[in-house]
Design a protein. Structure first.
Length: 286
């Protein structure tokens, strides 16, 4: 079986099945072997690894993973790709394709069934429009996940790895930082795909923490604060948090908490680090 990571082979497979990329599923097929090798290398997949791949498409990245991994579980939402994957992955007996929406599937059950509940690595070329919900589901599920290596929109990658005080710093930066260390592995140009997306991409490696870097009395309350802080970035923290009835705090209470922490009472969310958000959350809940 010839690898699919080039324009000619990808077009050949698409033509054979009279297919084209579906916009509603955010499909862009990767045609750059160098990028594929970079993704697999960054993921650290070995012969002992069970991989969960999200959105295998026509199986381009899946082939590379199957060559190295013990097992690959690929979750694909598009049922019309099932016969294509059966064809392109026919040589690999260590690949299982599940025709489901990854946002609805029980990740813990998959890991229990296929890897005896031992930690897995997630590798994916993610649809841009749904990147954040997928990343958050993976972490919030509590499933045994060792790392997540994903191709995402460059702008989203920047937000994942950014620290306080930067325009790209926001709720996603903090959410990712709560669960994992983030590294931008490589930037990927639009020319590496069919069809070419209108924006650049990047590969990000998220190594899940064994122990979270901060502790909060109530994680749900902490993330409600973080989301609220960045919903209207130009507002001060005291104004934005007081306007959210779910938080049950007044403007004055937020200002007092910030002063107690040694932070300007007129501060905006973008200046606070994750540890400071956790401290603020704990103070406001007392």
């Amino acid at each position: 079986m010839a690898y699919l990571g080039n324009s000619a082979r990808t077009k050949e497979v698409l033509a054979k099945y009279n297919m084209s990329a579906k916009k509603k599923f955010g499909q862009n097929f990767l045609i750059d072997n160098g990028v594929l090798e970079g993704i697999v290398e960054a993921s650290g997949v070995t012969k002992d690894t069970c991989v969960l791949e999200i959105g295998p498409g026509i199986g381009t990245l899946t082939q590379y993973l199957a060559e190295l991994a013990k097992r690959v579980i690929a979750v694909e939402i598009d049922k019309t790709l099932m016969p294509v994957l059966a064809d392109t992955l026919s040589e690999y007996d260590n690949v299982t394709v599940i025709n489901e929406d990854v946002l609805k599937v029980d990740i813990e059950s998959i890991i229990k069934e296929y890897n005896d509940n031992k930690p897995i690595k997630v590798v994916a070329n993610l649809p841009y429009y749904i990147t954040t919900p997928i990343i958050m589901k993976l972490f919030e599920s509590g499933a045994p996940i060792e790392s997540v290596t994903v191709m995402v929109q460059k702008e989203v990658a920047d937000r994942m790895v950014m620290g306080p005080g930067n325009k790209d710093y926001g709720a996603l930066s903090l959410a990712v930082g709560f669960y994992a260390s983030a590294e931008n592995v490589m930037d990927v140009p639009p020319s590496s795909f069919i069809p070419q997306p209108g924006v650049g991409s990047a590969v990000v490696h998220l190594k899940k923490y064994e122990n979270k870097p901060v502790q909060a009395k109530d994680e749900k309350y902490l993330f409600e604060i973080i989301r609220t802080a960045f919903n209207q970035r130009r507002k001060t923290l005291s104004n934005s948090l007081a306007n959210n009835p779910n938080l049950k705090v007044s403007r004055e209470q937020v200002q007092e908490a910030l002063v107690k922490m040694g932070i300007d009472e007129k501060a905006r969310g973008e200046v606070l680090a994750l540890s400071q958000f956790a401290e603020l959350s704990d103070i406001l809940q007392r």
